[in-house]
Design a protein around this ligand. Structure first.
Ligand code: GSH
Length: 101
């Protein structure tokens, strides 16, 4: 059992970005396919938006975080991965941010 869990729907591009990110970052993750399991009181208790991906980690307030870009930013900050992001001018970084939302 990995230290962290990513609840996902496999066909989703938003999910894929977070799934590729954790692999590229070498983080220890279990994937939980929640197809047919969303919308339950248990899932909504962790993720009121009822959308995937959903990250579960002890450190997080209430133990969970949703929104793919927020998940990737959180993991970058937590694991000190910011230094692996190329030092680009702010104009280029904003362009990247726009594409990820
Ligand atoms: N902006 C959100 C979008 C999340 C989203 O729309 N997730 C979809 C999959 S792409 C989902 O869980 N859909 C399930 C549903 O609508 O019931 C993110 O990037 O995480």
């Amino acid at each position: 059992m990995a230290t962290n869990t990513l609840s996902i729907l496999k066909p989703s591009v938003n999910n894929l970005s977070a799934r590729i990110f954790v692999r590229a970052a070498g983080l220890d993750f279990d994937e939980l396919d929640v197809w047919g399991k969303k919308g339950t009181p248990e899932f909504l208790g962790k993720d009121p938006a009822d959308l995937t991906p959903l990250l579960e980690e002890e450190d997080l307030p209430k133990g969970s975080l949703w929104e793919s870009c927020a998940i990737m930013q959180y993991l970058c900050n937590k694991h000190g991965l910011d230094s692996s992001i190329p030092r680009t001018p702010p104009s280029a970084r904003w362009s990247t941010a726009r594409c990820s939302i």
